[in-house]
Design a protein around this ligand. Structure first.
Ligand SMILES: Cc1ncc(COP(=O)(O)O)c(C=O)c1O
Length: 432
């Protein structure tokens, strides 16, 4: 299968695409999207594709969502941007207060950036700097989980465990130690993983700053789920051994798993929460790190170098903050969590053609995520699915042999059914 676009080779020359071996595009040009509405992307020839991955997990309420669009336009007529050092503006003040409320007023200090990797790096820097300000500068090492993904800048790759993204840069990276993850509810497996962490902390806590986790779902590794108890007890161990718990909610926050933040399925007590992606409903780049009074006050002194001097030019951009406030308004006004909960049980019945498909070895579901493990040996399965999917009007991007749906929350029953039917056709067509 090949694709055409009206830009031909011009569409490849100037733009260097992310997460892409550009040569693979020689026989398959990028689809040029002209507009998008709701869950559908429309290309320049009028073909439409159901966006089953929410455009890399950012879109919550559909493309061109009217409320978010109007909020941004209103803000555009007032203030598009101002630097956030020495200045502030109403959207960033309100957003910080509203995010704090979503943490039950436990993480009331928000530091902003523009993308997820910057947020995880900010949390790492803040954590290590906290211990330095406390006179414990040797507490500067990080631990992460096996199969973790926290972004692809040099610092974020240090806490990421996905070889394909990391290998070429190994010499540049200061890698975190990795803790095992239990991928079942088997108590002995959970205990054995926790025991490993405990022994590691006993030996190394004096040099450890923090542990960073993706809460409950390791998305980029293939939507791998781990039990709530593991996260809850990691949190207790972190407290016991005086290291920070950084919860990376970049992919799972904003309702994706059924609670507002995924860690809220548990009693875990994060010291830092990293946010991005869905924060603006997929409209504008924005990220934030939320933290506690304890962390904030460790930086609050008369000494400039004890302050957190990190900055980005677009930190706290007013348009992005207004979009984020509107996202929170939509959650509150439209009871999104309750609605998603009800709808996901309706969707369950519609999945039968897929869950019963002979190539699906197992499947799992949480909130607005559905994952199907496919029995395939084909090294090109993911790429083939993506390409054949487009010919059936759907955008799916399996990770390895894990095919998943993570659609905008506004997907209708009919659209969901269409997605399932098209996915079955894709499975019947691709080489396994
Ligand atoms: C859990 C998690 N953390 C961090 C990131 C990095 O975010 P960004 O791509 O905006 O840098 C991602 C991106 O997929 C992610 O899933």
């Amino acid at each position: 299968m090949s694709t055409e676009n009206s830009w031909g080779s011009r569409s490849l020359k100037g733009v260097w695409h992310p997460c892409t071996q550009m040569k693979f595009h020689e026989d398959f040009l990028p689809i040029v999207i002209k507009e998008a509405h709701g869950v559908r992307l429309i290309d320049e020839f009028g073909n439409s594709y159901i966006d089953a991955v929410s455009s890399w997990w950012v879109n919550l309420f559909g493309h061109q969502n009217e409320r978010i669009k109007c909020a941004i336009i209103d803000q555009l007529n007032k203030l598009e941007h101002v630097m956030l050092a020495g200045f502030s503006h109403p959207p960033v003040i309100e957003l910080s207060e509203r995010l704090n409320k979503k943490t039950n007023n436990l993480l009331g200090h928000a530091f902003y950036a523009s993308d997820g990797a910057s947020a995880t790096e900010i949390a790492l820097k803040m954590s290590a700097h906290y211990w330095r300000n406390k006179g414990l500068a040797q507490k500067n090492q990080f631990i992460a989980l096996t199969n973790s993904y926290h972004g692809e800048t040099i610092g974020a790759l240090g806490i990421t465990d996905i070889p394909i993204f990391k290998q070429a840069y190994a010499d540049l990276i200061r890698s975190a130690s990795l803790m095992p993850v239990p991928y079942s509810n088997d108590d002995s497996e959970i205990d054995s993983c926790l025991n490993y962490v405990k022994v590691y902390l006993q030996e190394h806590h004096q040099n450890l700053s923090s542990i960073i986790v993706e809460p409950l779902v390791q998305a980029a590794a293939g939507m791998l789920f781990y039990p709530q108890r593991y996260l809850e007890e990691l949190s207790l161990l972190a407290k016991q051994y005086q290291i920070h718990l950084i919860v990376d909610e970049i992919a799972m926050g904003f309702g994706r798993t059924g609670t507002f933040f995924a860690y809220q399925h548990t009693n875990a007590k994060p010291d830092f929460i990293c946010l991005s992606k869905g924060i603006t409903g997929g409209f504008l780049p924005l990220s934030a790190v939320l933290t506690t009074d304890d962390v904030y006050h460790a930086f609050y002194t008369n000494n400039i170098t004890q302050g957190f001097l990190h900055s980005h030019s677009y930190t706290g951009n007013p348009l992005a903050c207004r979009a984020a406030i509107e996202v929170l308004n939509i959650f509150d006004d439209e009871q999104i969590l309750e609605k998603n909960n009800a709808r996901s049980s309706v969707f369950k019945d519609m999945l039968l053609p897929l869950t019963g498909h002979p190539f699906v070895t197992s499947w799992r579901h949480i909130g607005m995520i559905w994952v199907f493990d496919i029995n395939t040996k084909s090294p090109t399965f993911a790429k083939d699915c993506y390409r054949v999917g487009l010919s059936h009007g759907i955008l799916i991007r399996p990770i390895g042999n894990h095919l998943y749906f993570m659609p905008p929350y506004t997907i209708t029953d009919i659209e969901f059914e269409e997605l399932v039917t098209a996915t079955v056709k894709v499975l019947n067509e691709v080489e396994l």
